[in-house]
Design a protein around this ligand. Structure first.
Ligand SMILES: Cc1cc2nc3c(=O)[nH]c(=O)nc-3n(C[C@H](O)[C@H](O)[C@H](O)COP(=O)(O)OP(=O)(O)OC[C@H]3O[C@@H](n4cnc5c(N)ncnc54)[C@H](O)[C@@H]3O)c2cc1C
Length: 301
């Protein structure tokens, strides 16, 4: 039996307790959150819940689509807030979107509205918030290449607008990702795109989606597990070590793409984590490369 939250939030009836996070992650893994709140209504609602938790010094984790996180079987203590607030506005080439909006849906909306420059994002799962934190990218594009600024609520500094140059973007990293205490919340992002032809953007999106269908496996996964080392590809290195198909419990190195690990059903987060460790160790022993994870582990291991 879990006690009520020791602070007040606007809609306590929306709280779930002991909620399996496997229901909220792309790889369908992860034990329970003590409390889970899904903010859907407004940025103000989200801000109120997160600020109350910070003010109470309460453990808080923010998730978007759960597409880049491996959550332990023990789950996450304290309050997990899922940002599902979606609002978007267009002003000529400037697009302002709340961080809970799906990134791929945004790419399609922009394309349909005659704005080009986000087609690369059309099949990246997760939210704008997670992609701003991670500098998500694919097919030659990334967030750093089209973001103007992000509105961020910070436990220390309050609400502020960070320009793209403030975010120290690099390959799948940012100043936000490097902030280890994670006491910030991305509320919204502003992108600058280019006037485009909706039909040309739709055709580019079709190409991107078709490429991914051809080269990446279906099924529950976290996308690329490891970052590509300079001048090489993590998938190529893993494959060169003969690790395609390697299995731990219900977790498998995809026979289609060696940097994708699939939950074939019945995997635990521990299986998945052990597979990551085994692959990292085997690649290090065989090639001398220590692959760095692109995904983030959460919870107690
Ligand atoms: C099949 C598949 C394919 C993928 N392909 C790609 C790809 O091509 N390129 C790529 O870059 N990534 C790819 N990914 C990884 C993933 O889609 C991205 O990292 C995505 O940006 C994660 O967004 P999310 O909302 O799911 O973040 P989450 O996984 O929910 O969270 C990631 C991190 O961001 C933080 N966070 C999320 N939202 C907020 C917020 N509003 N405020 C503060 N912190 C927040 C979380 O606390 C966590 O630290 C893929 C994943 C899958 C499953």
């Amino acid at each position: 039996m879990i006690a009520p939250l020791p602070f007040t939030i606007p809609h306590p009836e929306r709280l779930r307790t002991d909620e399996p996070l496997a229901r909220h992650t792309a790889v369908r893994l992860g034990g329970p959150a003590d409390w889970l709140y899904i903010a859907q209504e407004s940025v103000e609602e989200l801000e109120a819940v997160v600020s109350a938790a910070w003010a109470a010094g309460f453990p808080l984790t923010v998730l978007g689509g759960g597409a880049n996180v491996l959550i332990s079987d023990a789950g996450v203590r304290g309050l997990v807030v899922i940002n599902a607030v979606t609002a978007v506005s267009f002003n000529a080439e400037i697009v302002t979107v709340s961080a809970g909006h799906g990134l791929s849906k945004l790419a399609r909306k922009c394309a349909a509205s005659g704005l080009a420059g986000l087609e690369w994002a059309a099949s990246i799962p997760g939210t704008v918030g997670g992609s701003v934190v991670n500098n998500a990218g694919a097919h030659g594009g990334d967030i750093a290449g089209c973001l103007v600024s992000a509105d961020v609520l910070d436990a220390r500094h309050g609400r502020r607008t960070l320009r793209v140059g403030d975010l120290a973007y690099g390959y799948r990293t940012s100043a936000l990702k490097a902030q280890l205490d994670r006491r910030f919340l991305v509320l919204a992002a502003t992108f600058r795109l280019q006037p485009g032809d909706p039909a040309a953007s739709a055709a580019r999106i079709d190409e991107v989606v078709a490429y991914r269908k051809r080269t990446q496996p279906p099924g529950a996964s976290l996308g690329s597990i490891f970052k590509n080392p300079p001048g090489d590809y993590a998938g190529r290195l893993i494959e060169s070590c003969g690790l395609k198909g390697l299995t731990v419990g219900g977790a498998q190195v995809s026979p289609v793409h060696a940097n994708f690990f699939i939950n074939r059903g019945g995997a635990t987060a521990s299986d998945y984590n052990a597979l990551i460790d085994q692959v990292q160790a085997a690649v290090l022993a065989a090639t001398g490369f220590r692959l760095e994870t692109e995904i983030e582990r959460m919870g107690a291991w």
